[in-house]
Structures are given as structure tokens and as C-alpha cells.
Design a binder for this molecule. Sequence first.
Ligand SMILES: C[C@H](O)[C@H](O)[C@@H](O)[C@@H](O)C(=O)O
Ligand SMILES: [Mg+2]
Length: 402
Amino acid sequence: MTKESFTGLPKIKHVRAYTVRGGGADYHDQGEGHWIDDHIATPMSRYPEYRQSRQSFGINVLGTLVVELEAEDGTIGFAVTTGGEPACFIVEKHLSRFLIGRSPAEYEKIWDQMYFSSQYYGRKGLVVNAISGVDLAIWDLLGKLRGEPVYHMLGGAVRDELQFYATGARPDLAKEMGFIGGKLPLHHGPAEGLEGLQKNIEQLADMRARCGDDFWLMLDCWMSLDLDYATRLAHRAYNECGLKWIEEALSPDDYWGYAALKKNAPKGLLVTTGEHEATRWGFRMLMDMDCCDIIQPDVGWCGGVTELIKIANYADSRGVMMVPHGSSVYSYHFVITRHNSPFAEFLMMHPGPTEVVPMFAPQLLGEPVPVNGKIRASELDKPGFGVELNREIALHRPYPND
Ligand SMILES: C[C@H](O)[C@H](O)[C@@H](O)[C@@H](O)C(=O)O
Ligand SMILES: [Mg+2]
């Protein structure tokens, strides 16, 4: 039988970038009274006026970026991430020139051109969020054209199911829901002194008493601490409350501080970071300087799937665990294919949180949620990332290019 010569996939014909408000990929963009905006310690906590609410200093100023790629045959791939209107500008006015007329199978060359053409003003943050959104949409389109789930294209599942820890204010409820652990936000930073440190420990001790000794408890410090405070907190939280890991204690730029924290942390406590780091080069710095035990890239912020492959493989070669920051299906399809990603994060987006709701609700139709703290690999068996854009939401296209 003669093998038909491969004529290639339909080319990308349209690139559209939308912004939308109200939760979803910009999951900090929530209404009043949500646990995720309740006196959580941040680098801005040194200013009392910005201590109660992260929205007060603008954590939700961007909103969600929706990237939509339409191929010549009408097939659509899309993805959502954090980026809002400025990211729409970058996608439509800059990155689209590397996409129109190109095959989605050329994701390596497209990534290289998007990154190096914007390196003079990008490299991390918003620009790499935009690149990540485009890259995720390319992988979604590729899967929809090939009729394959992204995890199949990444080499297939290495286990039958994903297991999750839950991030939110109620690890005690997360335990009842079947999660393997609970990650609490830290509420008090150095500006609130030893009194604040004592409150942090009391809150953690209360949760330890509710959850028992074997349930994983972690603290998410969201870049809010200095090295001295982080070291004190690490020792007290580990010795008094059996903390499993201390997350993102310092500024993402303080590689030296992380190396010192990891060196001085109590043996047995894990130091983790990376959700605000980007690209293979940023994560190489974290690993080469021995900054942490677990890297936590967000696939919607670090460069997308094409870059996360490079980051994860370097981590694997160094025996470093890679547990992505909660990014819904975009991380599930990756984690299920990697031995050095033994579990995943589930961000509890219910305001309490007293129940499990889809992480990026209301933006993704068909978004899977953990049941008893797990998602079976077979639930991912739909083309691309297996979700569709909810077109009932108020999509706004600020910089239409065509
Ligand atoms: C709960 C934390 O304060 C952040 O809001 C969270 O998004 C992030 O740091 C995480 O690891 O989930
Ligand atoms: Mg975090």
C-alpha cells in the first residue's frame, strides 16, 4: 500500500484575542467576601492601606486573556490565561505575525520567534503570559485537528489518575473531600511583627488540630516575607505544626535568599517556589542555585506547554519535582505524563471554600473537577485540552487585527 505523502495540517487563518472579567483564568478577580481576598500577606502588606485586600492594590487589574486561533478549515483552538487588555494588544499587534499562515505543528519555531521578537520588552510577566496563551491555544488547535488529547501528544499517561492537594482557607474540609493535602494562604507578613508571626502559627496549629497529624499542610506566602522572617516561620511551622512545605516565601528575584532559606530550613521541610518565574532560563537559575525542592511553574505564565517541556525535563534530570501552579486542564494534561509530577494543585474557587467548583469557572465548558481528590486520566480523553470556550461570557476584543 503506498503511503500518502503528508500534506500538512490546515494553516492558522485568524488570530483573535479577547479579554473578560470575573474569575476564570484571572482567578483573583472575584467578588466580595471570597477567601482569596481576605487579609492575605503580600509584598504590599508593608502598606496598611493595602493589607486587607489584594484587589485594593490591583491583583486583579489585568483580567483574563482569551486567545482563539482559527484554522483554514474552520477548526478553532483556544486557551485562557491572565493578561487582559494589554495582553490582547501583544497578541494581535505583535505575536499574530508569527501565526497567520503557519501550521500549528510548527510550535517550536513559532515559540522561538514569539519569545525572541519580544525579548527586548518581555522575558517574564505579562509578555510571557501572552506567549503562553498563544502556545496553549496552538496545542489545543493541534489536538483538535489531530483528534488527540494534549496528554497523548506529550507521550501519554504514566499513571491512571491525577491526585490533588487543595489550595484554600479550609484544609479541614479539603481533607473530607478526599484531597491529599491543604495549602493555606499566609495572613500576616513582617510588617505585623512577632504578633503577626504568632497569629500565623496559631492559625496553622488550629488547622493541624482539625486535620490530624498525617494530612499535608502547606503555607503559601505569596512573595511576602524577608529571609529572617521566612526562616523563623519555617522552623516554628515545621516543629510545632508539621508543615510540609513553605511556598513562595520571598521575592521571585531573590534567588540568593531562596538558596539561603533552603539551606537553613529544618530538615524535612520542603521549600517551593516558581509560579511567578518564567522560561527555561528562569527555572534553570532556581535549580542551579539550589533554591527549592519543588518548582511550581504556571503553564499559562511560564511560556506554555512548549516551554514547560524544557523546564520539566531539566527538573527531571536534576531529580527536582515539578508540580505546576494551579492552571486547570492546562496543567492536568502535562502532570499526567510526568513521573516527576506526582500530584497537582487544585485551587478552591468557591468563596468559602465549602465545595469543589471548576477552577476557571465560568470560562471553560466541560472543565473536569476532582472527585474524592482525583481525576481519572480517561476524563482527559477529548481532543486538545478537552474544553470549549463558554461563549455566554462577555468577551471583548479590544485590538481586532482582521
Ligand atoms: C492562595 C495564594 O495566595 C494565591 O492566591 C494562589 O493563587 C497561588 O499562590 C497558589 O499557589 O495557588
Ligand atoms: Mg502559590
